[in-house]
Design a binder for this molecule. Structure first.
Ligand code: C2O
Ligand code: CU
Ligand code: CU
Length: 485
């Protein structure tokens, strides 16, 4: 894959791949030169089939955007307006959420909260101007457990005005599927075991829509690798045998370029990492990429397979790796308003049970909302369950324009990638120790019993979801709403 230096390539591709819209496409096309201010996309959620296990099949019934899994790459420019028409060809309501983009609340794609759901056969037009460059993604926020779990997710790349200089810009959309022996998506979404423990972790990991083969690389290349974990629940810990990546951005937001501490990259659902590699391996050799997050379940995800050509260059280029910062408002920490969010519930760990019999936590939390499923988790004692729906009262109102400092405390025995809509926040401290490298995020991973401090300026008014991105946890109560007003 080569670097897409303008939007027209991917737009044209989208139009070709669209499962309809012939008339609209023809009408829209002439308006779309690189010079026009607004760029248009058409995204059509609908049923389809995918060869997740490769050409030999079996093929799987999935839900797709534009007949593809993952959905088409939406590639737009920082600061340039975009218009995306979504036509729902599913047999149920949907929406599209632009994960990580700081956009107007009405464009955030949460049914019942920020917009009415898109009914089967209906359309909704999303329009926004991305303020930040980086690696983002899009997915539904209606019946997410099934819609995301059946394949609805796509990459959203916002290009920098001046990107880092690399030979290739690679994208790995990593997804996890629970398939039965015939290659069909296994039933049992939202079962209480998954909901109370680690969520619906699957048995088949795909990279850009199929079980990965080797990745062809050339010695001496400098590549940018964008990782997006679109899994429902699978957390990954990636190691690149014989290679040390430099992390240049987290959740789309540039950080101080740095190497991961023990060479291991944690990538929980919804998280993104932008890496730069100088490929210094030996021509003809193969280097494994290992995911060893779950104890005793390490597997080889893919590998860098070096071609036999002579190295592209002898020494790594000295072009700097620092990405231009995005226009994020810096929180005023001394004057920030303080808040605490405590994550509660789930199955207690063995240790906790021995220590004090917190078994009652398993039985369901108080405050579950009728009609949206059972509450197993809670934030500050209250549980919002299901997915986006009408009447989601805010947990707190954050004063607009002020800086807010939130301490998130994970009292549970499980990992939670906690995601806030509409903002990128500074990740300040973890368990009392400062987080280095000037890190911003929209999804922060809390290990069992972790405490994390984040801060941001509440400059974007509206009702914004805050939830765990392990979708089983979200739908079983680990979700709330923050109002900025
Ligand atoms: Cu990826 Cu509520 O979002
Ligand atoms: Cu989001
Ligand atoms: Cu969680």
């Amino acid at each position: 894959m080569t670097v897409n230096s303008n939007c027209s390539v991917s737009r044209r591709e989208l139009l070709r791949a669209g499962t309809g819209f012939a008339v609209a496409s023809v009408m829209l096309w002439p308006r779309r030169s690189i010079a026009t201010a607004a760029s248009d996309y058409e995204i059509t959620p609908g049923p389809g089939r995918a060869l997740l296990k490769g050409e030999q099949g079996p093929s799987t019934n999935v839900w797709t955007y534009n007949a593809r899994v993952p959905g088409p790459e939406v590639r737009i420019r920082q600061g340039q307006p975009v218009r995306i028409v979504v036509e729902n060809r599913l047999e149920e309501d949907t929406t599209v959420h632009w994960h990580g983009i700081r956009l107007p609340n009405a464009m955030d794609g949460v049914p019942g909260l920020t917009q009415p759901p898109i009914k089967p056969g209906a359309r909704f037009v999303y329009e926004f101007t991305p303020p930040d460059a980086g690696t983002f993604w899009y997915h539904p926020h209606a019946n997410s457990l099934q819609q995301l779990g059946r394949g609805l997710a796509g990459p959203l790349i916002v290009e920098e005005a001046t990107p880092v200089q690399v030979d290739r810009d690679l994208l790995w959309v990593l997804a996890d599927w629970r398939l039965d022996s015939d290659g069909n998506i296994a039933p049992g979404f939202g079962n209480p075991m998954d909901a109370a423990m680690s969520g619906r972790v699957g048995n088949t990991v795909t990279l850009n829509g199929s079980v990965p083969k080797d990745q062809d690389v050339r010695a001496g290349e400098r590549v940018r690798l964008r990782l997006i974990n679109v899994s429902l629940a699978r957390i990954m810990a990636l190691r690149f045998e014989g290679h040390v990546p430099v992390i240049v951005a987290v959740d789309g937001q540039p950080c101080d370029p740095h190497e991961p501490k023990d060479g291991r990259l944690l990538l929980a659902p919804a998280m993104r990492l932008d890496l730069v590699f100088d490929l210094q391996g030996e021509p003809g050799k193969r280097y494994a990429v290992i995911d060893d997050f779950y104890d005793g379940l390490a597997y080889e995800l893919t590998s860098f397979a070096y071609g036999s050509q002579a190295p592209l260059r002898k020494n790594p280029p000295d072009a700097p790796l620092l990405l231009p910062r995005n226009p994020l408002p810096e929180p005023d920490l001394p004057n920030a308003e303080r808040h605490e969010m405590v994550l509660q519930g789930g199955m207690p760990s063995m240790k906790d049970m021995m220590a004090g019999g917190k078994m009652q936590e398993m039985g369901g939390m108080p405050g579950g909302m009728a009609g949206h499923g059972r509450a197993i988790w809670a934030i500050n004692g209250t549980s919002m369950t299901g997915d986006g729906h009408a009447e989601m009262p805010p947990l707190v109102t954050l004063k607009q324009g002020r800086s807010h400092f939130i301490t998130m405390r994970n009292e549970t025995a499980w990992w939670h990638p906690m995601h806030l809509h509409g903002f990128s926040f500074r990740v300040l401290n973890r368990n009392g120790a400062p987080v280095p490298h000037n890190q911003w995020a929209d999804t922060v991973l809390l290990a069992p019993k972790d405490t994390v401090d984040i801060a941001f300026v509440a400059d974007n008014p509206g009702d914004w979801m805050l939830h765990c991105h392990v979708t089983d946890h979200q739908t079983a109560g680990l979700m709330t709403v923050l109002r900025v007003a």
